[in-house]
Design a protein around this ligand. Structure first.
Ligand code: GMT
Length: 378
């Protein structure tokens, strides 16, 4: 199949999933066209099966806001015609599903038919999409998609609760390339971060308020009072300054390493002992799955789709949002006994196998085939 993929090219989970999906589909013989405003961060390897088409929005002083969705829909029209793309898979409803629908309509005028598959990722529904400013456009684009998927059962339920949806929503969970998480790190790399006695605690996110990273800091503060530990903070975002101030206030600056946006996530997770994900809301929690695949147990909040990923008492523990004391208790329970820690690490890796990309990617292929078949008939 010739598949066009539209996504945010950033470090965010939706961009990562879209990129990994495209790469795997290309390995399975499909021709993939990424259409977005920058080369996706994890798209390191372009091949004869993987293409990247950049959407540029020329600056024009009259426009207070540059019309990205207009430029995107025009680019989609051109790319579908030029490369005979058969199906468009858009990740994140805003504005991608909307722009794809416009492209589809423009193409229909020229006798070209291209169906749209929309994947909902979370904040496009729970935070942004349900805002009254966007809600009508998001409802419209979901209902006009030829197939809709959500990355967890929880997100499907939220979408049905928040929007008037007429389309069926298929749950296709996020997935992981297990080969990329096979603990390839050297003792030397670990020892650059922490001493042998210190436990390594890790958090990865875009440091937005929804991630409640100050809870991560509080849990870590409590842990390091009981045992030697270091915190690895990966990611960049609006809460960074607050986090640094809090670490300074608590006197733990020398025990927290800020990596910013890192391309070495696999390596850092490889030598981590525990992962913290304290989010207010999380449709799936790809970062937690990446940790589990690296054999890192997860202490998380029990919100949204996280319970579908992190198995309570098996791969880690779940606590109510903001319950720092319970999270601390659970973290210490895992970390304080080497045998128990080893068991949780093994369990975490085992649980992640449920999300092996070889099992999940064919679900998307089946949806493409079904959508194309349905649309050909109608
Ligand atoms: O979490 C973010 O702020 C980034 C956001 C995104 O769109 O990239 O992540 C969402 O999609 C990921 C991939 O499906 C999910 O793993 C995240 O849970 C989800 N984030 C939220 O729901 C807050």
């Amino acid at each position: 199949m010739k598949i066009g993929i539209v996504c945010y090219p950033t470090f965010g989970g939706s961009g990562v999933v879209a990129t990994e999906l495209g790469l795997e589909l290309s390995k399975r013989g499909h021709e993939i066209h990424f259409i977005t405003y920058n080369q996706p961060v994890r798209l390191e390897l372009l091949s004869n099966n993987v293409h990247y088409h950049e959407v540029t929005v020329p600056e024009y002083p009259l426009f207070h806001y540059q019309p990205y969705e207009l430029a995107l829909s025009s680019k989609l029209v051109d790319m579908v015609k030029l490369h005979e793309i058969e199906i468009l898979h858009v990740h994140y409803a805003i504005p991608h599903a909307y722009a794809a629908y416009m492209a589809k309509k423009m193409l229909e005028e020229e006798g070209v038919y291209v169906p749209i598959v929309t994947t909902l990722h979370g904040t496009d529904i729970t935070l942004v999409g349900s805002h009254p400013f966007y809600k009508p456009a998001v409802t419209f684009s979901i209902n006009k998609s030829d197939a809709v998927t959500a990355v967890s059962k929880s997100l499907k339920d939220d979408t049905i609760r928040l929007f008037n949806i007429k389309n069926e929503i298929h749950v296709v969970p996020n997935f992981i390339d297990l080969d990329k998480h096979n603990n390839k790190f050297t003792d030397c790399e670990r020892s650059m971060m922490a001493s042998k006695e210190e436990k390594i605690i890790t958090h990865i996110s875009n440091l937005r308020p929804v991630k409640r990273v100050l809870d991560v800091i509080k849990v870590f503060y409590n842990i390091q009072k009981e045992m030697p530990a270091k915190l690895m903070l990966i990611g960049e975002g609006p809460e960074r300054e607050n986090i640094e101030y809090e670490c300074q206030k608590l006197g733990i600056m020398d025990r927290v390493i800020f990596f910013g946006k890192s391309n070495e996530i696999d390596k850092i997770l490889g030598f981590s002992d525990l992962f913290l994900l304290t989010s207010q809301t999380e449709s799936f929690g790809l970062a937690a799955l990446e940790a589990m695949a690296s054999g890192v147990p997860v202490i998380s909040s029990n919100t949204g789709g996280i319970p579908e990923v992190n198995a309570h008492g098996v791969s880690g523990y779940l606590s109510n949002v903001g319950d720092v004391d319970d999270m601390t208790k659970n973290a210490l329970h895992i970390l304080s006994d080497e045998n128990r820690l080893k068991t949780f690490k093994e369990n975490a890796r085992k649980e992640s196998l449920k999300f092996d990309l070889h099992a999940i990617v064919p679900q998307y292929e089946a949806i493409y085939e079904d959508t194309l078949a349905r649309c050909l008939v109608s």
